[in-house]
Design a protein around this ligand. Structure first.
Ligand code: ATP
Ligand code: MG
Length: 364
């Protein structure tokens, strides 16, 4: 039996509520799958901790994150908690964690579960795609840098390296193979999204994409400009499976994709490095609804399922894979009934009620 050490960071705002709600369903899925265990180490980190102690991410928490099998984070950041220079605590903490853990790629699945409202009149054959985002460079390499000249001009710099791009494209191609392709496709499709017609950095990203994709002849590799992709994602989202792109484009397109499948409350994300990974909901700490017990915990639960899926692939553990499938199926069955829908999906179910409905769908 494999026991995995998971660092749990409930964080700020709705973070602690959705964490408490998500624990029962994941523990039930793990018990029902059998053959594995999760050992949670809960740490206090984030903006509220910074408010109390002046430090968002204590050294011992970072050390535990580096030593853990995976990190499961709920939400970090409060708009009113700021560092001495006036900036929010969250970007510095997350960039620091990402850089220390070497999390070079981020994956944000956008899957439309039956019963979940979508703004699209015609979602075609259904939406089940993953936005893969380069996670350490691109425009975000400029974080902490950039320049303001006088009070007149401001600049930031995009950095695209062959090493960073190769890692994220490799990750996307391996993910595509694991997913096995969309039923509508004859071949598995990996699409590079860029602005190669205008910028040298993006032309280089595309070039490296095709160089790496040559090593995956079983996949169909193609490319599209980011502006066109915004149109395609709303006009024929069922045509895509894995989309890979630079950091900022991934930031933007993943929110667009989340909007097609029920909003941020339905969107999990995973950030992946060499043997290390961090999973969290795509949304933030939602301070406007914190403490009311009305947040949708689905993204937190689904990020737990992604964590199990990653452990399964990384450690070759079929038990973890079974637990991931049980948890994902349970969410699918729970959201199929509108009586379980939290407020963001147009219903009235509480955070706890939704999580109970998910746990009820797991036998055991
Ligand atoms: P961040 O900068 O951390 O990404 P943000 O400013 O984008 O945060 P969020 O905290 O994600 O903002 O919240 C955006 C909106 O979505 C808010 O109105 C919030 O209440 C809502 N929201 C976010 N997460 C959830 C959730 N799990 N359930 C219900 N509503 C949510
Ligand atoms: Mg946001």
């Amino acid at each position: 039996m494999n026991t995995y050490k998971i660092v749990l960071l409930p964080g700020d705002g709705i973070g602690p509520e959705i964490t408490d709600a998500a624990l029962a369903p994941i523990e039930k899925a793990v018990a029902a799958a059998g053959g594995l265990g999760l050992e949670f180490a809960r740490h206090d980190a984030g903006a509220e901790r910074h408010r109390r102690c002046g430090v968002a991410l204590p050294d011992e928490t970072l050390a535990d994150c580096l030593a853990a099998d995976a990190v499961w984070l709920a939400a970090i950041g409060m708009p009113d908690v700021r560092k001495a220079d006036g900036t929010e605590v969250q970007p510095e903490m997350m960039m620091g964690l990402r850089r220390a853990m070497g999390l070079h790629s981020a994956a944000r699945p956008a899957k439309l579960y039956p019963g979940v409202p979508t703004p699209l009149a015609n979602p075609g054959a259904g939406i089940d795609l993953v936005i893969v985002r380069e996670n350490l460079e691109g425009l975000f390499a400029s974080y902490g840098g950039g320049a303001v000249v006088g009070d007149e001009v401001a600049t930031d710099t995009i950095v695209v390296t062959r090493t960073g791009t190769s890692k994220v494209v490799d990750f996307a191609c391996r993910l595509s193979r694991r997913r096995g392709g969309r039923p509508t496709d004859a071949r598995r499709r990996v699409t590079c999204v860029d602005k190669a017609n205008v910028f040298r950095s993006f032309a280089f990203f595309r070039k490296v994409f095709f160089d790496v994709a040559k090593g995956y002849p079983d996949l169909m590799a193609d490319a599209a400009y980011v502006d066109a992709m915004c149109l395609y994602l709303v006009s024929r989202p069922d045509a895509y499976d894995v989309l890979v792109m630079e950091n900022q484009f991934g930031d933007i397109l993943s929110d667009l994709a989340a909007g097609l499948v029920g909003g941020l409350g339905m969107g999990p994300s995973g950030e992946i490095g060499a043997g290390r990974a961090l999973f969290q909901p795509a949304h933030g700490s939602a301070p406007d609804i914190a403490g009311q017990g009305i947040a949708n915990p689905a993204a937190m639960i689904l990020s737990g399922a992604m964590m199990l899926e990653w452990l399964a692939a990384e450690r070759g553990d079929p038990s973890a894979s079974r637990a991931a499938v049980l948890l994902d199926d349970a969410v699918a069955r729970a959201v199929a009934d509108p009586r379980n829908h939290p407020r963001d999906l147009g219903g009235a179910a509480s955070t706890a009620r939704f999580a109970e409905a998910v746990a009820d769908q797991i036998d055991g």
